[in-house]
Design a protein around this ligand. Structure first.
Ligand code: PA5
Length: 425
């Protein structure tokens, strides 16, 4: 194989951290993770053997979808859709679809009737495939959307609908698994030791990503490199662990909110994935950093004011991609009546980079601790690395905070209340 390729570089904020104080704890957690991976964190030692077979069968399915459909409707919520949508949006053109892929749209991530109606309207007579993704098989939002779309598929495609419905669920149990079995839908398995928000490297993320025309082999290569390079039991040489320690240290000093900051609007859904990952993993037992996000420069003109001069509870993590594939020049204009000719030596991305440097200087001056994560390129490989990086950092950070990163007991409380109101058990 090719050489391992470190993709994320971390620059720490200028605060004093006594790293030695954390060394033992980090090392204990590092070894604990290895012990529990078979039960809770099947992605830690990634990928499992024979993963090529999984990737090949997903790639083949994506080719089939492309030859038979213009749209893939993906049904899922939380960890069962955010990762796929994050990657799809990060790596697809604005206002369009990659030429290698189909349009991927999502349902079952909300309970809006208007959304379902408008989605059906927008599909019109376009040929579609359906991918329902639910590990438990019982989550209300995707289950209801699946009921609608299953009927729609049956009415539209009759007995051939079964060829167009793909089920991604648990390998052994659940209502969805049972439906898939007797209806004869094709199934892809979510490993039992991988939880929703950690499942982007399984068929949960990979089917929609491949259908969108993104290279899943490169995406997985990135995760694979990260799995090796971030498997080092040494804080100073492991940026995922350094990031976790820095967050913890900031939290202890009263910085309760982390803002993930990007300068490329296509990363907005990636922010949502990251918010779920950290929020659902760490926010329990009355503890945890509140994960929030900003897309600059847009948000410099909105909550930028608060960040600069509001309550001193925020720290920022800037994501910076050195190479973005497309760019646009600032045109020269001989009239120069708008006085912008001095900027015409730059491109838009060039000015965007300077906006990043300027906002870091300003926010640091305003007392906001700034972490910087730098990546060479916005592509599938780097995104795979980055997602693994955050997953590894998140479990380390949660255990440092003494909370369990793999459960979400609080989410059930709203479900129970809602079901009681609906008179369901
Ligand atoms: O991270 C999680 O475990 C959750 O966000 C789940 O992904 C989400 O609730 C969807 O669950 P399911 O895939 O069982 O429908």
């Amino acid at each position: 194989g090719s050489r391992l390729h470190q993709s994320v570089y971390l620059a720490a904020p200028s605060i004093d951290i006594d790293w030695s104080k954390y060394a033992t704890n980090v090392s204990t957690i590092h070894h604990h993770l290895k012990k529990i991976q078979d039960h809770y964190a099947g992605w830690i030692n990634f990928p499992p053997q024979n993963y090529e077979d999984v990737l090949t069968s997903i790639q083949r399915l994506a080719e089939e979808i492309k030859s038979n459909a213009e749209v893939l409707v993906v049904i899922g919520v939380g960890g069962s859709f955010l990762g796929a949508k994050a990657i799809q949006e990060a790596l697809s053109p604005y206002f369009g679809v990659l030429k290698n892929g189909v349009q991927v749209v999502y349902a079952g991530q909300n309970l809006s009737g208007a959304y379902i109606q408008h989605l059906l309207n927008s599909i019109g007579d376009k040929e579609i495939y359906l991918n329902i993704i639910s590990k438990s098989g019982t989550t209300m939002e995707p289950s209801l959307a699946f009921r609608v779309f299953r009927q729609y598929m049956e009415q539209r495609y009759g007995s051939k609908s079964k060829q167009r419905i793909i089920v991604t669920t648990d390998g052994k149990k659940g209502v969805l698994k049972e439906i898939a079995e007797y209806a004869g839908y094709r199934q892809f398995v979510i490993p039992s030791n991988i939880g929703g928000r950690y499942s982007v490297f399984t068929p949960v993320g990979l089917i929609p990503i491949a259908a969108a025309g993104i290279d899943i082999f490169q995406f997985i290569e990135g995760a694979k490199d990260a799995a090796v390079l971030l498997n080092v039991d040494n804080i100073e040489r492991n940026d995922a662990y350094r990031y976790a320690v820095i967050r913890n240290e900031l939290y202890k000093r009263g910085y309760y909110v982390e803002l993930l900051a990007s300068f490329e609007p296509s990363l907005a859904l990636f922010h949502e994935w990251w918010k779920q990952l950290f929020g659902e993993s760490e926010g329990k037992n009355k503890k945890g950093i509140f994960p929030s996000a900003v897309t600059y420069s847009t948000d410099l003109h909105s909550i930028g004011q608060y960040i600069q001069e509001g309550s001193p509870i925020l720290f920022e993590t800037f994501l910076h991609f050195k190479e973005i594939q497309d760019d646009y020049p600032i045109p020269f204009d001989s009239r120069n009546d708008d006085l912008l000719n001095e900027l015409s030596t730059y491109s838009f991305n060039g000015i965007n980079r300077i906006a990043k440097e300027g906002s870091i200087l300003a926010h640091v001056e305003g007392g906001v601790p700034v972490i910087q994560l730098e990546l060479k390129k916005l592509d599938a490989h780097h995104m795979g690395y980055l997602m693994y990086f955050f997953m590894k950092a998140c479990v380390m950070s949660s255990f440092l905070l003494d909370v369990n990163p793999f459960n979400q007991p609080g989410v059930d409380i709203y479900k129970n209340k809602m079901n009681a109101l609906l008179k369901r058990r």
